[in-house]
Design a protein around this ligand. Sequence first.
Ligand code: AP5
Length: 215
Amino acid sequence: MRIILLGPPGAGKGTQAINLAQRLKLVHISTGDILRQNVSNGTDLGKQAKGYMDSGALVPDDLVTQMLERQINQPDTEKGFILDGYPRNISQAKALDKILKQKNIKIGLVVYLDTSESVIIQRLTGRLVCKFCGANFHIKNMPPKIDMICDKCGGELYQRTDDKEETIKTRLEVYKKEASSLIQYYEAGHQLRRISADEDADPVLNKIVQLAQSI
Ligand code: AP5
């Protein structure tokens, strides 16, 4: 099964994708995580992407699409995958269709995580991420058991550099500019399902699992 999670920054795409991947035994592909890994490893891709990411802009389509294609071509994706953070615009959606067509596979489900702006701001300004395993926490909603330490691997938690209020605003503007045409694209293909993602993480996960099991 191949699933896309769409939604604004802070909708919970990463949180849901990690849990969904475990539940359904699928591979989680997060373009944001792969880019951040490249930035912290100082790769050429990371050097090219850093400025865009720090300002809240999208990294150029060709760089991200090449990176995504490499991930989709890994043998562990054969049973299926969950895309988190890709596609971000129509051009990426079309590039994805092309990659999948070459492999003779299709996306089965696109879930749009509908989230209100006040919830987004509250989630992003309180997000904490593990430096080592990338697990997500939240100062209030999902606090770690020990202050600034990851429950899962004991790694140190940090605040993402793009989770500053000013950068969040830019990320939301970028998202709004591209979102409606992307949603229409998948509505036209009849793969899109909308769910409210303002609720707690577990009920949201259960709704996505139900949708995945119904296709
Ligand atoms: P990316 O990492 O993809 O960021 P984003 O889309 O802005 O999404 P976020 O990771 O901020 O939010 P999320 O929806 O995953 O929420 P999360 O689960 O973490 O991209 C970062 C940058 O990389 C982009 O700005 C761009 O520069 C570049 N990039 C990435 N992909 C690209 C592409 N395809 N093309 C071009 N550029 C690209 O949750 C947020 C917080 O809320 C957490 O603290 C979590 O614990 C909490 N939370 C989540 N769900 C709930 C819930 N239901 N209840 C309570 N708390 C919750």
